[in-house]
Design a protein around this ligand. Sequence first.
Ligand code: NAI
Length: 329
Amino acid sequence: TRTPVNVTITGAAGQIGYALLFRIASGHLLGADVPVNLRLLEITPALKAAEGVAMELDDCAFPLLRDITITDQLNTAFDGTNVALLVGARPRTAGMERGDLLAANGGIFGPQGKAINDNAADDIKVLVVGNPANTNALIAQRNAPDVPAERFTAMTRLDHNRAVAQLAKKAGVTVEDVKRVTIWGNHSATQYPDVFQSVVGGKAGFEAIGSDQAWLEEFFIPKVAKRGAEIIEVRGASSAASAANAAIDHVHTWVNGTAEGDWTSMGIVSDGSYGVPEGIISSFPVTTKEGKFEIVQGLEISDFSRARIDASVAELVAERDEVSKLGLI
Ligand code: NAI
């Protein structure tokens, strides 16, 4: 029998946690033959709620679930961790400036990065979901100097999946027929969902949407970028199940690989590709194989795409400068 994989989830008692844990325990994160130990990190007042979730996990009698640890201690939570899903974060509240938001999250992701550095397994893989995800990931990464930088990633897979769904609808094909979509830049309203490299129903993506530039600019790009706000307005609560699903997809693809001829989008430490400044955590088109990923190289970037990528990257650079000024990295 295989040794269980240690999976740490922060913010485990939150709404994404609730949509995430049962799928991890049933084998959707790593594979239907991989047993897991769950480590649930919460802030002290939410420990009781986390215990309630753990009771429900017990009640599912999942064959793959070996052990559950519930803690508010970072070193316990990340002890021997193989996969860390950093979900809990400080949300933006009314009147909060960007600097306040970044400082509050620095107080969470800095110590978590250090605890990962000091306690996690050698093969640690980190996905940051909690917003602002890219810069939180950067803070954690920079506080974990002994961990290879590429192990820290930020989630843009929800944006990627949203873009795939919108393209499939527009072109009248199934989502399986939508390939090579890219989310560039920040997981924020400045992100750029790129259809120009995509293949939709076997055709060039732009052609498959009827070469409809107006639809692209006025509907598709804002639809994907602002979908989170739309969900809040319509559902009355922020996206949780789709966010959890995207986190599962992100790690599953990272571990198990992208399909031949396709790629995915991940926020990763830039190596300078496509003119994105080295060191910031930006979303790129990536292929994955055997637990490693590579940025897809050689794509032709039009002026239209370039301007949008640059705008989102400029926002990331500003966030990086701000956390640097605050001494968080
Ligand atoms: P939630 O408020 O329901 O749950 C967050 C949980 O984190 C709470 O239980 C809270 O007690 C816990 N928490 C807060 N600080 C913590 C700390 N220092 N250590 C451990 N736990 C801590 O929020 P929800 O809906 O689950 O969302 C979580 C985060 O995910 C938010 O930051 C949200 O903006 C982000 N998000 C990111 C998406 C993406 O595409 N990257 C998509 C959707 C949400």
